[in-house]
Design a protein around this ligand. Structure first.
Ligand SMILES: C[S@@+](CC[C@H](N)C(=O)[O-])C[C@H]1O[C@@H](n2cnc3c(N)ncnc32)[C@H](O)[C@@H]1O
Length: 309
């Protein structure tokens, strides 16, 4: 059984809270919907990230002397990365390895960034992709690894710390990690960012069910599930759920699974943890990184941290 089918079976077939892993949001439709989310007035996160990168790219490049090769975890379309590649390209040719599970996202990177850098797409999950980059990187070049957009927030806090340690294990001393993290802000503002009035985030969330139908022969009726964004104060995270509007039974042939949903039962599809700026430094230090610089956006609290292995 393919990995997607196994994970769907494990997440929906379990007792208690049903789940689907957020990495499966990003098929071609999901990646396009995510791009649309980044343009929503309510979703200030990507614009804050972009402002910080645009304003500090030259300073960032100046802090990394010598030849630098760039890799990015979960690059998406890589639009924000252009400023960093341009700043580094002033010193000489740059190689850029975007790592993403979405072929559509990687194709966008190649299309948009090949005029600035030699783009080598890596269609793998984060750590497998990073290990491949580590094996391919030219000797005597420093690696600048990007993990932008607060994607680190998709991990539980303990997992995030472990993930940073795993990243560190694939880096060499002196390599750098630029880590974007969304900071805690008033709850209504955070909820609106994940439940916009135009319904784009709802479509993004429901597309996961449509993808199960398309790829695994499921018979979900996505409109029978309501999009829900919740603030979990104890865990300091937004949780996205899909709530069954009525009792229903769903058959997913490709996962050899029949699932019953009670009315109001949910599938938990994503967590987006929010951070305090000093928490990033502590977490990074525990994983073996020194914080060289931290920049915070004034309009939408968001931080970029430049960490050295
Ligand atoms: C929230 S988007 C962020 C995109 C971009 N970095 C940004 O800041 O706008 C997450 C990206 O990571 C990719 N992704 C999700 N899970 C992944 C995984 N386990 N391994 C590799 N890529 C993953 C998705 O396909 C998507 O392009």
């Amino acid at each position: 059984m393919p990995e997607f089918a196994r994970e769907v079976r494990a997440g929906l077939g379990r007792d208690g809270q049903k789940t689907l892993p957020c990495r499966y949001f990003y098929d071609e439709v999901g990646s396009a919907l995510f791009e649309a989310i980044t343009r929503l007035p309510e979703y200030g996160l990507t614009r804050a990230d972009a402002r910080l990168i645009r304003d500090h790219a030259v300073d960032l490049a100046a802090r990394l002397d010598g030849p630098v090769v760039v890799a990015e975890l979960g690059s998406g379309g890589g639009a924000k990365t252009r400023w960093i590649l341009e700043a580094l390209a002033r010193r000489g040719p740059v190689t850029y390895y975007p790592i993403d599970v979405s072929p559509a996202a990687l194709a966008a990177c190649v299309r948009e960034l090949s005029s600035v850098a030699a783009v080598v797409p890596i269609a793998q999950s984060y750590l497998e992709g990073l290990r491949e980059v580590a094996a391919r990187r030219p000797a005597k070049q420093r690696l600048l690894l990007l993990f932008l957009g607060s994607t680190i927030g998709n991990f539980d806090r303990g997992e995030a710390a472990g993930f940073l340690a795993d990243i560190r294990a694939s880096l060499l001393s002196g390599d750098a990690l630029l880590l974007g993290a969304d900071l805690e802000k008033p709850v209504p503002q955070m909820l609106l960012a994940y439940d916009d009035p135009a319904g784009v985030t709802a479509a993004f969330n429901r597309n996961l069910l449509a993808r199960v139908n398309r790829e695994l022969g499921g018979d979900f009726a996505p409109r029978n599930f309501a999009h829900e964004a919740r603030w979990n104060a104890a865990e300091r995270r937004i949780e996205m759920h899909l709530r069954a509007c009525a009792p229903q039974t769903v058959r997913i042939t490709g996962a050899n699974l029949t699932v019953d949903f009670a009315r109001d039962e949910t599938i938990w599809t994503e967590s987006c943890h929010k951070f305090h700026v000093e928490e990033i430094r502590t977490m990074a230090a525990r994983a073996g990184f020194r914080c060289e610089a931290q920049w915070v956006d004034a309009a939408w609290p968001f931080s970029e941290s430049l960490l050295t292995a």
